[in-house]
Design a protein around this ligand. Structure first.
Ligand SMILES: [Zn+2]
Ligand SMILES: [Zn+2]
Length: 308
């Protein structure tokens, strides 16, 4: 069961020859969730052989061009391809009028419905849930209303040991109850504890996307224990004043968030084009959080299945 993130764009506001601005694809059990949609996103989807018609949900963090300017082109392409299935769009409410204007200018009539879900940037709340994944918004601290997103795999039910099914002649009704946590009460009244009957519950995997933002203690509390954290690291700590002025984080601050939240792995990105390479970002973050990786366009970060 796949749970992976593909980096489509790791630059900040200005693209470079090797880095597009922000866009990422999360694959949960072969269902694709696009997170941010900067200029060039549809080219990156083509380049990395990601089937764009499998994207039914797009999550936008905020209305800065380096996170949203590719959305209108992508919707136009969906229309040209004759898409029929609905597209669900999650974003701060300000996007809706911008979206309607652009769709109105560039297309006659869309061949598919776009369902807009406004997300409140001031609170953390469940914004989407199905049987594979839940998505919770994360309030971020930036120059305009901005939300991050926490994706959590839906917990799976445990399996029942085959020898127990035979030994106790378990029927379907018993199996459903046991899978949902019940003990088994045998005909003679003996109680068989659930833990003796079940095994290998798959632990839910999680991914938090936090860009763009200042360092935030509140955020650290909301992303505690995630398996994979993508946190912007636009600047080096030597430029912390610039980071503060522009509503961004340094690599050191991203790593500090990772340490505080006890995450499994940190991927830093959204690098300013002012830096020729990002080796210092990586070093700065790894000094306090060794499990740090620097995002590169096209990279895939897969989280293996975990069992309890
Ligand atoms: Zn940005
Ligand atoms: Zn921004």
């Amino acid at each position: 069961m796949t749970f992976s993130v593909t980096i489509l764009g790791s630059s900040s506001a200005i693209p470079t020859p090797t880095r597009f601005p922000s866009a990422h694809v999360l694959n949960v059990h072969e269902r694709l969730f696009l997170v941010d949609c900067a200029e060039g996103t549809q080219m990156q989807l083509r380049r990395f052989h990601i089937r764009m018609n499998r994207i039914n949900h797009i999550f936008i963090t905020h209305l800065h061009g380096d996170h949203v300017l590719g959305l209108f082109g992508l919707i136009s392409t969906f229309n040209l391809l004759g898409r029929k299935q609905p597209l669900h769009l999650f974003a701060p409410k300000e996007l809706e009028s911008v979206l309607n204007f652009n769709v109105g200018v560039f297309t006659d009539k869309l061949s598919f419905p776009v369902i807009f879900h406004p997300v409140d940037p001031n609170m953390s709340q469940l914004v989407f849930e199905d049987r594979h994944v839940s998505v919770t918004s994360l309030p971020l601290r930036h120059k305009v209303p901005t939300v991050g997103y926490l994706f959590k795999e839906t917990p799976s039910l445990p399996n029942i040991r085959k020898d127990c099914i035979q030994q106790y002649s378990l029927g379907l009704a018993d199996i459903v109850k046991i899978k949902n946590g019940a003990d088994y009460i045998a005909p003679d009244g003996k109680i068989i504890p659930n833990a003796e009957l079940t095994f290998h519950a798959r632990l839910p995997r999680s991914f938090a996307y936090c860009s763009d933002t200042l360092y935030s203690e509140r955020l650290v509390g909301l992303i505690r224990g995630v398996d994979l954290l993508y946190h912007e690291a636009t600047f080096l700590d030597a430029d912390v004043d610039l980071a503060r002025q522009t509503g961004h984080s340094t690599a050191l601050q991203a790593a500090t968030a990772a340490v505080g939240a006890h995450v499994g792995k940190l991927v830093i990105g959204h690098f300013s084009s002012r830096y020729k390479n990002i080796s210092q970002h990586l070093q700065e973050a790894r000094n306090i959080f060794p499990e740090t990786y620097a995002a590169e366009d096209g990279q895939v970060y897969a989280i293996p299945e975990k069992f309890g």
